[in-house]
Ligand binder design. Structure first.
Ligand code: P61
Length: 458
């Protein structure tokens, strides 16, 4: 018999989690104003809100925590992180930051001005937020296939080169500080970008003299997909693929809470001394001195170790395999999900799942509330609430996709948990016809409103 897949780790420490009753959950979600961010985590049984900073560190990462050098300047932890980043990405210069959006804030403070244009592939919400708050514009150039959840395409995160060239051709190039490519593309459903596409984007950018930045939160997962799906990469190691990917970028922002498997951390890295020098000013202003940038020495140590672990094939095979297992179960149950499955999450197509709930009543948020009350499983809306209002017209923006994201923390839940999650979705799906009313907003913030939005049942 062929031996089945099994994890290349065992569990040395456990954290108890508690189930609750449906009555309790109905009360808690009402008190939370139907915003799942407002729930206490102890009121959640399985937490799929995000894979950001929620993973399990390894024994080696915990050991590194003890070796952290907490010197204000020039700590060995800084040099350990610098070495890991250089070996893995090839970038010579780097700045630590406390998380991904801090890296965006620092880099964009140095590069993005009012009236600028930043093309990319479905910018992540914090990225877009940091562009728009500077009165600049994020232009989405993702391929059209990304917006249809049932079309199969190996690299739905790809940039549409025609759309990109149109932006480059029709705008004043001095107003385009860089192109940002998100690998994998979270907003499009954790979808990868092919090596061919990364290379072509870089060639096009070079033709127009524009820089390319990778939003690299899930760069290792992207490399795994390239290895598994793209011709010519099957025999290359993840590290070789990662090095080639970054060879097509001028720099990167990183949320280390994803593919460096730490609970907090981020960085900027670049091959250009000038970009480093300009960003360094803002790093000191907003984050901290150049050799710690908002992180403790121990955090930098764990982060460096995490970068090595996240770029091991067996880790990625297990990680992405678990996500795919959830996806397959849901497909088996008839639940409409984004395909192919993403690297870090399964994205449920709420417009197809709840056709009786009007768009203005936020079907994905409604579905998130239903799944939570059904089973204590917390997902997150990636739809009209997250999309915020248009900064000029102040109208609600309705993105092409209205999704419920079920993000799996790294190395955290077992296959039994996954079966439970799938059953929860199936139960809601079986009674989908009865769900006809959604939610209305009663209070919202001007930007990134989904974190604090308050809602009520229609
Ligand atoms: C997430 F509800 N992602 O997916 P920071 N780029 C990319 C990300 O995925 C990302 C950041 C930059 C999160 C956390 C999160 O509205 C939300 O370290 C591709 O979180 O600052 C973060 O990195 C920013 C969840 C962020 C949200 C914003 O769950």
């Amino acid at each position: 018999m062929k031996l089945p897949f099994a994890e290349e780790y065992r569990i040395k420490m456990v954290e108890p989690i508690r189930k609750s009753t449906k009555e309790e959950r109905l009360k808690w979600i009402k008190e939370a104003k139907y915003n799942l961010f407002n729930l206490k985590s102890e009121h959640v049984y399985i937490d799929l809100l995000t894979d950001s900073g929620t993973g399990a560190m390894s024994d080696k990462q915990w050991a590194e925590m003890m070796l952290g050098d907490e010197s204000y300047a020039g700590s060995s932890s800084y040099y350990k992180m610098k070495k890991a980043i250089n070996e893995i990405t090839g970038f010579e210069y780097f700045l630590p930051t406390h998380q991904g959006r801090a890296a965006e804030n620092v880099l964009f403070s140095a590069t993005v001005k009012e009236g600028d244009i930043v093309p990319g592939n479905s910018h992540f919400d914090t990225t877009k937020g940091h562009i728009e708050i500077r009165k600049a514009h994020a232009i989405d150039c993702t391929i059209d296939e990304a917006f249809n959840t049932s079309i199969k395409h190996d690299f739905k995160g790809n940039v549409d080169l025609e759309k990109l060239e149109k932006v480059l051709k029709t705008n004043d190039i001095s107003k385009i500080p860089f192109i940002i490519v998100t690998v994998t593309c979270n907003t499009a459903g954790g979808q990868p970008v092919s090596m061919k596409n990364l290379k072509e984007v870089k060639e096009l950018a070079d033709k127009y003299g524009v820089k390319v930045i990778f939003d690299s939160a899930r760069f290792a997962e992207n490399a795994y997909f390239i290895k598994m799906r793209e011709e010519g990469y099957a025999d290359k190691t993840i590290r070789e693929i990662v090095r080639e990917m970054f060879s097509y970028a001028d720099g990167m922002t990183m949320s280390s809470k994803k593919d460096a498997i730490v609970n907090i951390g981020g960085f900027i890295a670049t091959r250009h001394k000038k970009m480093f020098d300009e960003a360094a000013v803002f790093n000191i202003l907003y984050e901290g001195y150049l050799t710690y940038g908002g992180l403790a020495g121990r955090d930098m140590n764990a982060l460096a170790q995490g970068l090595y672990e996240a770029t091991e094939f067996s880790y990625l095979e297990n990680r992405i395999g678990q996500v795919a297992y959830l996806g397959k179960k849901l497909v088996e149950y008839g639940v409409p999900v984004q395909q192919p499955f993403g690297g870090h999450a399964i994205f449920v197509d709420a417009l197809k799942f709840l056709p009786n709930v009007k768009r203005e009543e936020f079907p994905a948020q409604t579905l998130a509330v239903e799944v939570y009350t059904e089973a204590g499983v917390r997902g997150v809306e990636i739809g009209a609430i997250l999309a915020d209002r248009d900064p000029v017209t102040h109208e609600n923006r309705y993105p092409e996709l209205e999704l419920l994201r079920l993000a799996l923390p790294r190395r955290t839940y077992t296959y039994n948990h996954i079966d439970y999650i799938a059953a929860a979705l199936k139960n809601v799906y079986d009674r989908r016809e009865e769900i006809t009313k959604g939610l209305k907003i009663t209070h919202e913030a001007p930007v990134l409103r989904h974190f604090t939005v308050e809602l009520d049942r229609v």
